[in-house]
Write a protein that binds this ligand. Structure first.
Ligand code: ADE
Length: 228
């Protein structure tokens, strides 16, 4: 899979996508991430990519021209399955969206800034808009990093069997069961006996029941969704 990220702050991605699982996925050649500095695509001699909003009001707006230039250039190089704008008013990211995106070959993530982008970018260039939650970040970069992580960990070969994404919370609309590791007894706080029993069938049953109980307590809407 190839992910092209368009941003005025490419530095933000170094910390999140160049570590641990994300780093390994890139080293193994499973994902190819390309960062593009939007300022490289403007004709403005000061490399400015934003301007005042027509009609007035506080805040700057990212201009269409540099965004058009980079997206059109990328589109001449390969076919893109989705061109995604990270925006607080986009579709709320969930596991299903991440699963679907993980099946694609080439995607572009556009990170907004300031007051957002000129509406014509959303009308004519963007195919999908995604939000990572109902709150406003300073820019789309952290959202793009979250989305990339959620998608990349699903790609075949990124996780090994033990950390398989299939047992993640939300993968079957259930929250994952609690987990424990050594010591068995820490200051009289004990690991549930069943997990030490060696009876795999009983353990699996216990885990499943815990998942259902937790989901009912914490995310009842996930279970209700499946009732109809
Ligand atoms: N850009 C700013 N806030 C955002 C959010 N919550 N999700 C996605 N992109 C954003």
């Amino acid at each position: 899979m190839r992910i092209d990220i368009i941003t005025v702050l490419p530095e933000i991605f170094a910390g999140s996508l160049d570590q641990s699982i994300m780093k390994r996925a890139q080293q193994k050649g499973i994902v190819d991430i390309h960062l593009h500095q939007l300022r490289d695509y403007t004709a403005n001699k000061h490399r400015q990519v934003d301007d005042y909003a027509f009609g007035g009001g506080a805040g700057m707006v990212l201009q269409i021209e540099p965004i058009w230039n980079i997206i059109e250039k990328l589109k001449t190089e390969r076919l893109y399955d989705e061109i995604i704008y990270m925006s607080p008013d986009g579709e709320l990211l969930n596991q299903k969206i991440a699963n679907n995106l993980s099946l694609l070959n080439n995607i572009i993530l556009l990170c907004g800034h300031y007051k957002g982008v000129d509406e014509r970018v959303r009308q004519y260039l963007i195919t999908k808009e995604i939000s990572i939650g109902n709150y406003v970040l300073s820019g789309g970069e952290l959202a793009a990093a979250v989305l990339s992580d959620a998608v990349i960990r699903l790609l075949p070969g990124v996780l090994n069997d033990e950390t398989s994404a299939l047992s993640d919370s939300f993968q079957d609309d259930l929250i994952a069961p609690p987990v424990y590791t050594r010591p068995v007894d820490f200051k009289n706080m004990k690991v549930p006996e069943i997990l030490l029993s060696g009876h795999q069938k009983n353990i699996n049953e216990w885990r499943h029941n815990q998942s259902i109980e937790r989901t009912l307590q914490r995310r009842p809407e996930l279970i209700k969704k499946n009732d109809n």
